[in-house]
Ligand binder design. Structure first.
Ligand code: FES
Length: 153
């Protein structure tokens, strides 16, 4: 029996998707909705590249069944800001030149947005703790930390 269509909100728009059983939220966002902000890194919930916000909380879309987002509000990197009007956190990452290859930045930015919603003025230890499960293989952590501090200003 085919699963029922899935209805959810993505970046403030109502969407309905017909997905094969077992589709992850990441696959649905990237393949069905063309939202390529969230990246496929490890596929095991370990690196953070696929992060999105689900009802305002960070979720790892590679290990989240799309069906678990039913009726919920998903925000991707695309939903934060646009190229001509970036979100303050995106602006801070640009200003700090925090990207090398850029693959981790989706997760770094989403995690920072969630952090600053919870703790508007985090100290260094709090920033490091919040980002400790987001992996950057280029090693731009110093610039990323600078970006978070800029965003928190
Ligand atoms: Fe989802 Fe690595 S791709 S956590």
């Amino acid at each position: 029996e085919a699963p029922a269509p899935l209805s959810l909100t993505v970046n403030d728009a109502a969407v309905t998707l017909d997905l094969p059983q077992g589709t992850t939220l990441l696959e649905a966002l990237r393949a069905d909705l063309g939202l390529h902000g969230p990246k496929y890194g490890c596929g095991y919930g370990q690196c953070g590249a696929c992060s999105v916000l689900v009802d305002g909380q960070v979720a790892r879309a590679c290990v989240m069944p799309a069906s678990a987002a039913s009726g919920r509000a998903v925000t991707t990197l695309e939903g934060l800001g646009r190229a001509d009007s970036p979100h303050p956190v995106q602006r801070a990452f640009i200003e700090a030149e925090a990207a090398q290859c850029g693959y981790c930045l989706n997760g770094m930015i989403l995690q920072t947005v969630a952090l600053l919603q919870a703790v508007p003025d985090p100290d260094e230890a709090t920033i490091r703790r919040a980002l400790r499960h987001n992996l950057c293989r280029c090693g731009t952590h110093i610039e990323i930390l600078k970006a978070v501090r800029l965003a928190a200003r």
